[in-house]
Design a protein around this ligand. Structure first.
Ligand code: FEO
Length: 417
């Protein structure tokens, strides 16, 4: 016993680590519940390590690795993904096992050359110590084998997954991952899923969501596999109900939205906030239950993205700041432009302040967004007056009506009428 590994399958061990000290993933995204960097070790006829962990946790990781190997040499490190939260301890491990062979694809090698100066490191040479694999190639582990499937942009261009057909185990790297450290429980049947659902949606929308079309391609590629267990590099290992995480990723990648409206406003002195409250009240009065209002200055982009992805209706309101969008709202709009979110209805409003500019920019974003855009807008000069509140009510009504129309359409298609 002690600080060891967890057996996950015949000859396979979980030797991941938890990081509860890093505040921001990629130095952007809050980790209020921490994160796990999962790594898997094979100890059959051959020994193989599937990915390493972020450098700040290499001490704990190497302890687990060496204890689990029990003095055996390490034959391979499979590099499914090069982002440093997984490749960060690579040279630490290579230092201990200098005869190791690295397994990756063509892009992996390119990124290894970009991130590490390996040639000559402990006698390493790409010719001798690097095995290049492509789609469908296999790695012989003696009494088992791994088959590789390239999954570009889930999450980086070199990302790939591997599959052990004999056990139906998919080593999925970032795909099917989640924020949230693993508190004793490793497997899906040991956790309370409620603890991880929001963190999984936030992980997907923050980290992978932008590449949803490529996620769909990857999901289609692995769909024919008989998957019995999913081993991602973050979050729980799915041994009992892998369909739950696969279905959730399908839903997120297909951008299936829920009925509801998220209103995000930027307001310096509360005038734009008053308009947001009026719009929200109008929508709620018309029977839409999921209405959320966020102050863009207070709520981190990470949480905004997760809810904006999730709900059908999006309303953005901004005060004017130096003849332009309020900077935190400008940041959100830039992120939304990059995010390629689909299947949303968008409304915009703003405050003119002393010179105007914010609403003009929000309208320009709306036009280029590809969303279903609400015609009604509202713009107050200084504090909103009665006529501005009337415009806010119009905007809210139009949004609610669109959502109710769509609800009716969905019901009709379900009833096939
Ligand atoms: Fe968990 Fe894209 O790294």
């Amino acid at each position: 016993m002690g600080y060891l590994s967890v057996a996950i399958n015949k000859n396979w061990h979980y030797i991941g680590v938890n990081d509860r000290e890093t505040r921001l993933f990629e130095n952007i995204w809050p980790l209020e519940n921490g994160v796990s960097y999962n790594s898997y070790l094979y100890t059959g006829e051959k020994t193989a390590l599937l990915d390493t962990v972020k450098i700040n946790k290499s001490g704990n990781f190497v302890e687990k690795l060496q204890t689990t190997l029990g003095g055996r040499p390490l034959d391979y490190i499979v590099i499914h993904h090069m982002e440093p939260d997984h490749s960060g301890s690579l040279t630490t491990v290579m230092d201990i096992y200098p005869d190791i062979k690295l397994v990756g694809n063509k892009k992996t090698r390119e990124f290894l050359e970009n991130y590490f100066n390996l040639e000559g490191f402990n006698g390493f040479s790409y010719e001798k110590n690097f095995i290049e694999v492509g789609d469908g190639d296999k790695l012989d582990l003696g009494d088992s084998e791994l088959t590789f499937y390239l999954t570009p942009m889930v999450h980086w261009p070199e990302s790939m997954v591997s599959f052990e057909e004999s056990s139906g185990t998919l080593f999925s790297q970032d795909a099917f991952g989640s924020f949230g450290s693993l508190s004793g429980a490793i497997f899906d049947d040991e956790i309370n899923w409620e603890f991880y659902l929001d963190d999984t949606v936030r992980y997907y929308t923050n980290i992978i969501g932008k590449f949803s079309q490529l996620v769909k391609n990857a999901l289609a590629k692995i769909a024919p596999l008989e998957i019995k267990m999913v081993c991602p590099v973050h979050g729980p290992v799915w041994r009992t109900n892998p369909k739950r995480i696969i279905n959730l990723y399908n839903q997120l990648a297909n951008q299936e939205t829920e009925e509801g409206v998220v209103i995000v406003y930027g307001s310096m002195y509360g005038n734009t906030e008053k308009m947001a409250e009026t719009i929200a009240r109008t929508i709620a009065e018309r029977g839409i239950k999921n209405v959320k209002i966020y102050d863009v200055s207070k709520t981190h982009l990470s949480y905004l993205l997760a809810d904006l992805w999730r709900y059908e209706g999006v309303i953005l309101g901004s005060c004017t700041y130096n003849n332009a969008l309020f900077p935190p709202m400008a940041n959100l709009v830039t992120t939304l432009k990059n995010q390629k979110m689909k299947n949303h209805t968008l409304g915009v409003f703003g405050s003119y302040s002393w010179g105007g500019g914010a609403l003009k920019e929000l309208k320009a974003f709306a036009e280029s967004s590809g969303y279903d855009v609400i015609e009604a807008t509202a713009e107050a000069k200084g504090a909103p007056k009665e006529e501005d509140f009337v415009d806010c009510v119009k905007l809210g009504k139009e949004m609610a009506d669109r959502i109710i129309e769509k609800r009716a359409g969905v019901l009709a298609s379900l009833l096939n009428v």
